[in-house]
Design a protein. Structure first.
Lengths: 164, 214
């Protein structure tokens, strides 16, 4: 893992003051789509320092592996994730049967809430970063042994190609 | 005496408010998060639950991990989609979303699911949090301890709301909207989203109105 950083712009904060264009030594900030060009960015941070809207920050070009996890913790996290995912399913399947009404909305909100919490749990259960070796292993396993015939195998293959 | 909301930490100070907690109406709600009276506990009383003993030495190699279910994989993939989005990887994010949708679609239906069974399921989730926390503490896993903090509060809120619904029915939702904090999952019933999420403190614009059109 290197210490290389690259600059990213938060478009919600960017007010087009354009000082980043002025200070950037490589022209990485000068793009039509407002995304700082990661190929040109050298991670010097001048744009982030110059931005009056604090819309630019430096992020690591690559991330470290997740802290090691013990299986007993992963297994407890997975247990809770399983409970939550079946509550999510129950709530969304009842909500789907109901026409537009308060209870339907409440159940839909609950299903989405359960998903958000489960996502957080799964991140801590060893799948924090898309570019981690755990994620790669999982995708490889899914490609080798698709869970059902309708599994979108090309999607998984494309991800394996795109992720470093 | 002070009473503290177990979800958002709001304190009802009897001396300051001039109303004993017990005398508040039965349908009184936490002014911050909308939790029920029963979600409050007296502040002085430290939770004296028996410590949960977890053997931290029983880990790694000996503890076999089970294959992940479709439901778990659905959340795993939608979480990775979110992660890619945050890293400005739009294509990867879209692909992980496709995988998440696939796993969501093949997650088996829950048999005989009703509002009542959802309440029971939430109760079980809440009951498991102490074990999860103790396991994470014993293994000194900071991240796993962290997910318990918001997760437990949000789960308690869902349980509180479903019980409010079981008690009051549609009356509970009349003239109000359902709001979801898209960051932590906190659910709020009201005319407007709260200014700050009572659980994770993000501003109102992070809330989404759930109105069946999404």
């Amino acid at each position: 893992m290197s210490n290389k950083k690259i600059a990213v712009r938060n478009l919600r904060l960017c007010t087009k003051d354009c000082l980043c264009l002025y200070v950037c030594p490589t022209g990485a900030t000068d793009t039509e789509n407002s995304i700082i060009d990661p190929e040109k960015c050298i991670g010097c941070g001048e744009c982030a320092l110059a931005c009056p809207s604090a819309a630019i920050s430096l992020v690591p070009a690559d991330y470290p592996e997740q802290q090691p996890k013990t299986n007993i913790v992963i297994s407890a996290l997975n247990d809770q994730a399983q409970r939550k995912s079946s509550t999510e399913k129950a709530a969304s399947q009842i909500a789907a049967l109901m026409a537009d009404c308060g209870l339907g909305y409440l159940l839909e909100a609950m299903a989405r809430s359960e998903r958000l919490v489960t996502e957080d749990i799964m991140r801590e259960a060893g799948y924090m970063l898309p570019q981690s070796s755990n994620v790669r292993q999982l995708l490889e396993e899914l490609v080798a042994n698709p869970p059902t015939p309708s599994f979108p195998i090309e999607t998984a293959k494309k991800l394996l190609k795109l992720l470093p | 005496m002070k009473y503290v909301c177990s979800i958002c930490g709001y304190v009802h100070d009897e001396a300051e408010k001039g109303i004993p907690f017990q005398e508040l109406p039965a349908d009184w709600k936490c002014p911050w998060c909308g939790a029920s009276k029963s979600d409050f506990a007296p502040q002085e009383e430290k939770e004296a639950s028996a410590p949960i003993v977890t053997d931290a030495s029983d880990l790694s190699e000996t503890h076999e991990l089970q294959k992940l279910s479709a439901g778990q994989l659905a959340a795993l993939c939608s979480s990775l989609a979110r992660g890619c989005e945050k890293q400005y990887k739009a294509e990867e994010s879209r692909l992980f979303k496709e995988l998440a949708n696939y796993f969501t679609a093949i997650t088996p239906a829950v048999e005989d699911a009703t509002v009542m069974t959802i309440a029971d399921a939430l109760k079980e989730e809440i009951a498991f949090y102490p074990t999860l926390k103790a396991t994470a503490e014993a293994a000194k896993d900071r991240g796993a301890q962290r997910v318990c903090v918001w997760g437990e509060k949000v789960t308690r809120m869902l349980y509180s709301l479903i019980n409010q619904y079981l008690e009051k029915g549609d009356q509970m939702l009349e003239g109000k909207d359902v709001w979801l904090c898209t960051v932590c999952g906190f659910v709020y019933i009201g005319k407007d989203a709260p200014e700050l999420c009572p659980v994770c403190k993000v501003p109102a614009w992070k809330f989404e109105k759930i109105s069946g059109r999404n």
